[in-house]
Write a protein that binds this ligand. Structure first.
Ligand SMILES: C[S@@+](CC[C@H](N)C(=O)[O-])C[C@H]1O[C@@H](n2cnc3c(N)ncnc32)[C@H](O)[C@@H]1O
Length: 347
């Protein structure tokens, strides 16, 4: 074979461009699958991939999940092998965290698929161990739960549908922040506009990346009141594309109809920062306690549609408020139930 005489840089440029086409291939396959464009000539999507392109099912799904990782996380992934390793994680935030951790440790140029594979494997093994520990803990009989604290298992849109209109004194919450969760914010605001008492607040933590969309969703049915801030204590995550060290997150205040301020509120809370360990996104108990105490009376009704480890519920219990919350993940909910039961039975 005769060679072209091109330089190493030129040849590597060709390889680099070729390695990034998997995103286009994967997203084209996804569109064909989702819009069922294969149906004219093939019975199934699998048959289409096999007969038209010679792909086995797993290959087509590898390409699609790798493309999805790149499109949904916005991190600077160089090739399909890296994306495929990251696709083993189920959560966009986890993917971003892994990628950033490796870039911080090795620098931009040296985040290899092998390094991603090792870190992802370590994380998955740790999650597996945590789940087993949780299952062992959950296997034990739960002690009695507090009577005014109700934790419901399921999607908040279904399991909180029976909350009466205009009956809630405060919604204090923390939905997932990723792109795939954006639809939840619209549903959250519609829910809040129905169940909050007129003049009452929805207070919610939020991520930064999709803040314009989040504000638009909340503002479509609620009244904007204020943008507060929750600083991290010392720690930060690095957003490489923007060269920003994120040292906190927004806290959004919206009301149903015009806000009726009855007390003075701080818009920034400096918490103890030492409470992580029950949920990856666990928030400050002190902050929840502060706003619940300020904005509700004893026996007032507090709602958290995204319970997680149960932080809002614990604060409500300590303050003798009534609480109802929803959590879609059964294992997470059991962890929250255990936390509440322990809090109740030791207080
Ligand atoms: C950011 S975490 C909340 C963490 C919580 N603030 C804490 O301190 O532990 C969001 C939680 O919402 C749950 N979730 C996501 N979608 C949901 C839905 N549609 N209905 C109810 N819970 C949901 C997730 O499983 C996750 O545990």
């Amino acid at each position: 074979m005769s060679h072209s005489g091109r330089s190493l840089a030129e040849l590597e440029g060709i390889i680099e461009r070729g390695l990034t086409t998997f995103v286009e291939v994967g997203s084209a396959l996804m569109e064909i699958r989702d819009r069922k464009l294969y149906l004219g000539q093939y019975k199934t999507f699998d048959a289409y991939c096999r007969e038209r392109w010679g792909f086995q099912r797993t290959r087509a799904y590898q390409l699609m999940s790798a493309a999805e990782v790149v499109m949904s996380t916005n991190v600077d992934i160089q090739n399909e092998s890296q994306a495929r390793e990251l696709a083993r994680l189920k959560d966009e935030e986890e993917i971003i965290a892994v990628y950033h951790e490796l870039r911080d440790e090795y620098g931009d140029e040296h985040v290899t698929a092998e390094r991603i594979r090792r870190l992802v494997t370590r994380r998955l093994e740790r999650q597996h161990r945590d789940q087993q520990a949780l299952a062992r803990r959950n296997g034990r009989r739960l002690p009695a739960l507090p009577p005014d604290i109700e934790l419901r298992h399921g999607d908040f849109r279904e399991v909180l549908a029976d909350i009466p209109d205009a009956s809630v004194d405060l919604i204090f919450t923390d939905p997932p922040y990723g792109k795939s969760a954006l639809a939840l914010w619209k549903d959250l605001s519609v829910f809040a506009a129905r169940v909050l008492k007129p003049g009452a607040l929805l207070i919610s933590y939020s991520g930064q990346q999709y803040l314009p969309q989040v504000l638009e969703a909340l503002g479509s049915v609620l009244e904007y009141v204020w943008l507060g801030w929750s600083p991290n204590q010392g720690s930060y995550s690095q957003i490489h594309q923007l060269r920003i060290r994120a040292r906190g997150k927004p806290v959004l205040f919206y009301s149903k109809q015009d806000y009726e301020p009855r007390v003075w509120l701080d818009d920034v809370r400096y918490d103890s920062g030492a409470e992580k360990g029950l949920h990856p996104m666990q928030q400050s108990l002190e902050t929840a306690h502060y706003y619940i105490e300020k904005l509700t009376e004893p026996k007032g009704l507090v709602i958290d549609p995204f319970v997680g480890s149960g932080t809002t519920a614990v604060a409500s219990l300590r303050l003798a408020r009534r609480f109802i919350g929803a959590e879609i993940d059964a294992g997470t909910l059991k962890g929250a139930q255990q936390r509440l039961a322990e809090e109740y039975n030791t207080s």
